[in-house]
Ligand binder design. Structure first.
Ligand SMILES: NC(=O)c1ccc[n+]([C@@H]2O[C@H](COP(=O)([O-])OP(=O)(O)OC[C@H]3O[C@@H](n4cnc5c(N)ncnc54)[C@H](OP(=O)(O)O)[C@@H]3O)[C@@H](O)[C@H]2O)c1
Length: 211
């Protein structure tokens, strides 16, 4: 599979690229900082420098691609940057994927991404919740074969290979397991059209994502 990975130098992305490259997928990892190219190339991906926030044209990057994966994010910066990256750039990438006739799109969202997320509009977290929901809704309304992944709080713990769907609590989960969930979702079309909310658990990933 030829995968365009948006947010290629992110912590999840750096764990995902070796998984995909290791099974023979061709990964092009979009990064905004050329200084990250060497580190990204060492994961088995081909780095491509583009700024998603600036609206750089993705058309060339999307030619001959089978799937797009979104793991980018403003990382809780200002409200303006959060909307610019987590909502507007994400939506642009979906529209570009549709125009390029790339069918598959896997979005890394978050566990609470629903209209009843309950985040206080005055809280610093509100822009993120609102931006992610807008992006997720845009993806659901698109013609793409989408999967929305909703992990809970991300950790840097080692992978377990096991998750729990719709967990109680904050759904903490290692980024390495999130990477494995992305890889497994790309490989299983039964995840198309699903919002997979998850945290760490006891169910093997390949089984949990289609349960
Ligand atoms: N943190 C959590 O607990 C949590 C929970 C649930 C879901 N999530 C979601 O999980 C996903 C991955 O998380 P993570 O920990 O891997 O995030 P991360 O390490 O912060 O990675 C995000 C990446 O996005 C890139 N990026 C930001 N703006 C960009 C732009 N304008 N153009 C191109 N790339 C840009 C960043 O580039 P630089 O490396 O150059 O900064 C960074 O590499 C995110 O979508 C996040 O919303 C996070």
């Amino acid at each position: 599979m030829r995968v365009l990975l948006l947010g290629g130098h992110g912590k999840v992305a750096l764990l995902l690229s070796p998984l995909l490259a290791g099974r023979g997928d061709a990964v092009t990892a979009v990064i905004r900082n050329p200084a990250h190219a060497e580190e990204v190339a060492a994961t088995g991906a081909t780095p491509l420098v583009l700024d998603l926030e600036r609206g750089d044209d993705l058309a060339d990057a999307l030619a001959n691609v089978d799937a797009v994966v979104w793991t980018a994010g403003a990382g809780g910066g200002s409200r303006e940057r959060t909307y610019a990256v987590d909502r507007d750039a994400a939506i642009r990438s979906m529209d570009a994927a549709e125009r390029a006739r790339v069918r598959r799109y896997v979005m890394v969202s978050w566990i609470g991404s629903s209209p009843d997320h309950g985040v206080d509009p005055d809280s610093a977290f509100y822009a993120y919740a609102d931006a992610k929901l807008a992006a997720d809704d845009h993806l659901r309304a698109s013609a793409l074969d989408w999967t929305i992944l909703g992990p809970g709080t991300l950790t840097l713990d080692p992978p377990t290979g096991r998750i729990q769907r719709d967990p109680d609590g904050d759904g903490r989960v290692p980024r390495a397991d999130v990477a494995a969930v992305i890889a497994a979702s790309l490989a299983d079309d039964r995840t198309v059209g699903r919002f997979v909310r998850f945290g760490s658990g006891e169910v093997p990933i390949a089984e949990a994502i289609v349960s």
